[in-house]
Design a protein around this ligand. Structure first.
Ligand code: NAD
Ligand code: MG
Length: 390
């Protein structure tokens, strides 16, 4: 049995093979005296998971894809590392006594169960998995409050708001502005969008991210999900949340207080910064990330979001206003839409069509239980697939 040094923060990284997961490991590699890796989990990329495990020497590794269990187990046999498989195992290992913090960086609805399980066990959460709050924000935030768990945002916009709120104690927020880059298709019309292929949508101008969030950024669904995420993280009313397009991605978001004063957080677009702030909170640790230079960015510009062309953002606001299971419907329909688009089965604009259709057809539940969310997710996926013939 391995014993871990108690002065380090022991972290479980869920989704360690993804964009956020690998960048979190970069941050940890550069700060080995502050953090130790207790758990790593991945899904498809078994070789990377094995490589990470050999480097970071965690207590436990879980491969979600059960067909790869034997492969990972054999590769790690010479090492003193436990290996499990499946999503149930992820939800169980996050409750280990030795874990101080869980970085929830699985993509999509698949991350909900393990995040809830970690909160139930009282683990601090660094939250990248925004879909968790979109689907079941009421349950997640209520449980976190009950268990004395803080949700430290990893999403750059929410980290920006969180950083702007430091030292403000209970000064009320008047409103927040979430900034959006506008994605690769900013300024384009529907005729153009009807022709775009995944290769174009996967080229984000400012950020390197996993495929799903990159498509969401191109369709503005990412900003829609973030609006709902912000509502739950900061306890806001829908009217208090606004979106402003800022193509340079330097101002990461803005808080306006009741005296009219506005605070913004700025920096080059680099997810390592919000990851490090979330896992290192309340400390600002030294970093060698490239610094912003005003002279290479003489102009920071702002413009309204085009919600007529990019319907997803309007649909997300609609779902947030409707409340209950509507955001869960929005999310499930979108996950199917993005998967279909990434397989070249549907066009870019059809993604909004299926989300709009599901919001109309799936039964609304005003105060859903966890089981209602599970059922809503399942039913919406079924209807979305049927609608898209996918
Ligand atoms: P990614 O696709 O690069 O990585 C996802 C990770 O989750 C991988 O480790 C994958 O193996 C794992 N995974 C996928 N499906 C799974 C399943 N069914 N069960 C268990 N594990 C599974 O995604 P990402 O870009 O790192 O994004 C992760 C989360 O962080 C998303 O919710 C995203 O919205 C959010 N986020 C990402 C960024 C970014 O810059 N990448 C920024 C802000 C927020
Ligand atoms: Mg973001």
């Amino acid at each position: 049995m391995k014993t871990k040094l108690s002065d380090k923060k022991n972290i479980a990284i869920l989704g360690s093979t993804g964009s956020i997961g690998t960048q979190a490991l970069d941050v940890i590699r550069a700060n080995k005296d502050a953090f130790s890796v207790e758990v790593l989990t991945g899904n498809g990329n078994a070789d990377l998971l094995i490589k990470q495990a050999i480097e970071f020497d965690p207590n436990t590794v879980v491969i979600a894809d059960e067909s790869k269990y034997q492969y990972v187990k054999d590769a790690l046999a010479p090492h003193d590392i436990k290996v499990f498989a499946g999503n149930k195992a992820i939800a169980e290992v996050v409750q280990m006594d030795s874990i101080d913090m869980v970085l929830a960086a699985i993509v999509g609805y698949a991350g909900l169960e393990s995040t809830l399980s970690a909160i139930n066990a009282g683990k601090q959460i660094a939250l990248a998995n925004k879909e968790t709050l979109v689907v079941a924000g009421d349950l997640v935030t209520k449980l976190a409050k009950e268990k004395g768990v803080n949700l430290y945002p990893v999403d750059s916009e929410h980290s920006a708001i969180f950083q702007c709120l430091a030292g403000e104690f209970h000064n009320p927020i008047e409103k927040i502005y979430l900034t959006a880059s506008g994605g690769p298709f900013r300024g384009k019309d529907k005729t153009f969008l009807s022709t775009v292929k995944k290769e174009q949508a996967l080229k984000h101008p400012n950020w390197e991210m996993g495929a799903k969030i990159t498509i969401d950024s191109a369709s503005l669904m990412n900003k829609g999900l973030e609006v709902i995420e912000a509502k739950w993280l900061f306890g806001l009313k829908p009217e208090q949340i606004d979106v402003i397009v800022h193509p340079q991605s330097i101002v990461h978001s803005i808080v306006q207080f009741t005296d009219g004063s506005m605070k913004a957080q700025m920096g080059l677009p680099d997810m390592k910064l919000p990851i490090q702030y979330a896992i290192g909170y309340p400390n600002r640790m030294k970093s060698d990330f490239p610094r912003f230079d005003f002279l290479t960015h003489p102009q920071l510009t702002f413009e309204p979001a085009d919600i007529k062309t990019f319907r997803n953002l309007a649909l997300a606001f609609e779902a947030m206003h409707k409340g209950g299971n509507a955001p869960c419907i929005l999310n499930a329909a979108n996950e199917i839409a993005v998967a279909a688009f990434l397989k070249d089965k549907i066009g870019f604009l059809q993604m909004s069509d299926v989300v709009g259709n599901c919001l109309q057809t799936v039964a609304h539940i005003a105060k859903p239980s966890y089981e209602d969310y599970v059922e809503t997710d399942k039913e919406t996926r079924r209807i979305a697939k049927e609608f898209l013939n996918f």
